[in-house]
Write a protein that binds this ligand. Structure first.
Ligand SMILES: NC(=O)C1=CN([C@@H]2O[C@H](COP(=O)(O)OP(=O)(O)OC[C@H]3O[C@@H](n4cnc5c(N)ncnc54)[C@H](OP(=O)(O)O)[C@@H]3O)[C@@H](O)[C@H]2O)C=CC1
Ligand SMILES: O=C(O)C1=N[C@H](C(=O)O)C[C@H](O)C1
Length: 263
């Protein structure tokens, strides 16, 4: 059995991850962390019934991960929280699956340096759905063929999302920019804003939209769009569980969801 801890256990993703772990044949929930509902049963809060694992204070994370012999921790929290949590997990030899988005470049570097310094393994991905990772492959191919077309990346998410644009939209722009040899990014447009040789990135927030990403390639007399729509967070949770299974046998290093899927 793979002993998995969930950080951000009372969050939208955390609850779904606990459900997936408790209902799997090869995982055991070893610990759950959140800053809210400390002491309450993680299973009860996730709607899967009592599992005998309380929500613990992230302040005690290192000690709890060591005591429970946790193999892997899945972290979907917030950028500052993930930086702290990676420190506690790495120092205790726990592998990581990181889903949090919205890191600054400095935070991302700190996380990677810590994992490498401690000889750990981690999957870090802005989107764990299989479909989005195929979408990244497709837009790379499309941008090769449509290299002189205007490119716009559009994303839509629920009204509680804290970061904008989404991690997935930024990765989509990076995939295209790397393929085309470096592009400027413009975030939304307002006022006098003539289009240049750029990738436009646009974020929409509202209601309970789980996650939508569109890349538009526009040329003379035609346009092509490729769109991914997530209708349930299970698309992300299922992928994160795959990543947790995969990283448990991996050599030390930082990996992406493409590595997990063998793309
Ligand atoms: N890679 C992917 O496939 C996906 C990534 N995400 C990303 O995952 C992150 C979480 O998303 P979501 O679940 O919707 O957000 P939520 O806000 O619902 O969940 C985050 C949870 O983490 C808690 N938390 C805050 N600080 C800590 C800490 N130090 N240790 C442990 N838990 C903490 C929060 O508590 P409190 O609310 O009290 O602050 C909250 O309960 C976001 O960055 C989002 O963009 C989301 C979906 C898919
Ligand atoms: O916050 C979310 O909900 C999501 N965040 C990720 C992102 O920022 O790309 C992935 C997904 O679209 C849901």
């Amino acid at each position: 059995m793979i002993k998995a801890a969930v950080s951000g256990a009372y969050g939208r993703m955390g609850k779904m991850l606990i459900d997936n772990i408790v209902n799997s044949d090869d995982f055991e929930l070893s610990a759950a962390f959140d800053i809210f509902n400390i002491g309450n049963d993680a299973g009860e809060l996730s709607g899967v019934g009592t599992v005998g694992v309380p929500i613990s204070d992230p302040e005690n994370m290192g000690e709890i991960l060591a005591d429970t012999n946790t193999d892997v921790m899945i972290d979907f929290t917030a950028p500052d929280a993930t930086v702290q949590n990676v420190t506690a997990a790495s120092e205790n030899g726990v592998n990581l699956v990181i889903g949090t988005t919205g890191f600054t470049e400095e935070q991302r570097n700190t996380i990677e340096q810590f994992i490498m310094k401690n000889n750990n393994s981690a999957v870090i991905a802005p989107n764990y759905s299989v479909g989005v990772n195929v979408f990244f492959k497709m837009i790379k191919e499309m941008s090769r063929y449509l290299s002189d077309y205007d490119v716009e990346v559009l994303e839509a998410h629920h009204n509680n999302k804290k970061d904008a644009p989404s991690g997935t939209a930024l990765k989509a722009a990076d995939v295209i920019s790397e393929t085309l040899g470096g592009k400027k990014y413009v975030y939304g447009r307002q006022g006098h804003a003539p289009r240049g040789d750029e990738i436009g990135i646009h974020a929409v927030r509202g209601g309970d939209i789980v996650g939508e990403h569109t890349v538009l390639f526009a040329g003379e007399g035609e346009r092509m769009e490729i769109k991914h729509q997530a209708g349930s967070r299970q698309a992300f949770a299922g992928g994160a569980i795959k990543a947790a299974r995969w990283i448990t046998g991996a050599k030390p290093g930082i990996y992406t969801m493409e590595d997990v899927l063998g793309f």
